[in-house]
Ligand binder design. Structure first.
Ligand SMILES: O=C(O)COP(=O)(O)O
Ligand SMILES: [Mg+2]
Length: 218
């Protein structure tokens, strides 16, 4: 059975409100104007450093190199210190993960979010027990869409075959690079219409995931 590899932000959890809160606390600390939720959503997908880079660029304060790394470190500190509760699973996610685990699927997480906050969210939501491998944006020296992110998760799960479930262009590119099937969840933070993002199957409600998965393996 192929391992099921899941993206986190915008796929299993709606983390944008909490990222928005952290982004605005970070900007306010620097005396910069705050951002809308939609703007922050559009900055998510390539990890914490890119998110920080996009926040600073949007505020007219571009940063790069070591200066950007230092700013991103501060952003992650602010994010990690927020009280839990704002990040929630999409409806039906806990039930579906329990069902898949019950069927014996090996499951892993492949996210560009740093591994620390990723584990904190999985623990807080009671989901950690479902995942035999968690690879975050700072786990390797590459991030999605590099195929090594996907290969690392499959290796850690001891699985030769895998598929990726994700919400974004970055996930689609990762699956293509790793040559694995891609299932697109449409309710996350993608930037383009779903039809323009290469996928093998698509779904909008987690209650429909069983049928969607069957379509890929028919
Ligand atoms: O943190 C990000 O930018 C994106 O995280 P994701 O890979 O779980 O969507
Ligand atoms: Mg995502």
């Amino acid at each position: 059975m192929a391992a099921l590899v899941f993206d986190l932000d915008g796929t299993l959890v709606d983390s944008a409100p909490e990222l928005h809160k952290a982004a605005n606390a970070f900007l306010a600390e620097k005396g910069l104007p705050v951002q809308t939720l939609d703007a922050v959503k559009s900055f998510v997908g390539n990890g914490a450093v890119k998110l920080t880079e996009r926040l600073l660029a949007a505020a007219g304060q571009p940063a790069e190199g070591a200066a950007l790394d230092a700013q991103a470190k501060r952003f992650v500190e602010i994010y990690a210190a927020l009280p839990p509760g704002d990040t929630v699973t999409y409806p039906g996610v806990p039930q579906e993960l329990a069902r898949l685990a019950g069927q014996g699927h090996r499951m892993g997480i492949c996210t560009n979010k740093p591994a620390g906050p990723t584990r904190a969210i999985l623990d807080a939501l009671g989901l950690a027990k479902y995942f035999g491998a968690v690879v975050g944006g700072d786990s390797l020296d590459v991030q999605k869409p590099d195929r090594r992110m996907m290969i690392e998760v499959a290796d850690r799960l001891g699985s030769k075959t895998a598929l990726l479930v994700g919400d974004s262009e970055v996930d689609a590119a990762t699956a293509l690079a790793a040559n694995v099937p891609f299932i697109l969840f449409t309710e996350g933070y993608r930037k383009r219409p779903a039809a323009e993002i290469p996928h093998d199957a698509v779904f909008a409600r987690w209650a429909d995931f069983p049928d969607t998965l069957r379509r890929v393996y028919l």
